[in-house]
Design a protein around this ligand. Sequence first.
Ligand code: SF4
Length: 341
Amino acid sequence: MPSKDTQTSTSTALNSLAVQCEICPKQCVIGDGQSGDCRIRINRGGKLLATTFARPCALHVDPIEKKPLFHFLPSSRIFSIATVGCNMHCKNCQNWEISQSGPLETNETYALEPDALVDLARKSDCDSIAYTYTEPVVYYEYTLETSKAARRAGMRNALVTAAYINPGPLRELCRVTDAATVDVKFIDDSLYRSNCDGSLQPVLNALKIFREEGVWLEVSNLTIPTLNDDDASIRKLCDWIVQELGPDVPLHFLRFHPLYRLRHLPATPEDTLERAREIAMRAGVHFCYVGNIRGTPSENTYCPSDRTLLIRRLGLQMLENHLTKDGACPTCGQKIPGVWS
Ligand code: SF4
């Protein structure tokens, strides 16, 4: 049985029963009976409702490496949830069937209030919950309340997000968030606009807020042939990360597969991803990984000081972990940033 819609607290009443949503930079002004751009926040009689609250459409147990999170509870299982809806409309979306759907367009939804979801995660032998697959920003209230319930139960929370969110709601969410992995799609505003229906600066602001609020942060970049795979773009992204977030934020270059509205482009060649990783290391990024390619040494973690192999991975599996108990290199003793236990 579906749960009731939940009224949002992040909206402003306007004239004629219109309301303005304040969750993300789109700041949608929504007339009575209409939805915002994400399609799931709906104005009913002057009240803005989060219509997917407690109605997830996806529930899975994933290896945490899949998020990708490589420096946060490695090799653990993470209970992963999503509702329909997204505030971006990326032409390359891998989950477009659910991210671009409205609340009545998906056949399968579950009825799971936050405490029940946390119970289910516990029974599934998970110590953490990921808000993922679509965009936790648009099911903000469900993410927030479930994160609070998870914290009460001694569990941890991870956001997998494009970080297109306003500073106020983000800072509130950070109070109950332990880790975030942010997909920085481009380091170019015009590409954000043409490919995602978003913009760059709010994402950069959000990345800095995650760091300021002490949330463990990793960054990923889907490297798409002809769009963002040139040396200058890669270098610009890496320089920004090193200068604004610091060299210890892990960076993942992920292989693109032709999907949704970019089926005419080829998959990213492995060479391109390895070249991107080399550029990142030269720019000063300490931990850079290549993803969606199985069996490359570039998915391992090495000590930035003496290049000792610290964690060996194959795909999403951790095969060896040589870190000391307190998360240091066993050879030179350098502390490796991350949340290791
Ligand atoms: S969260 Fe949805 S309704 Fe709110 S401003 Fe963003 S796109 Fe609009």
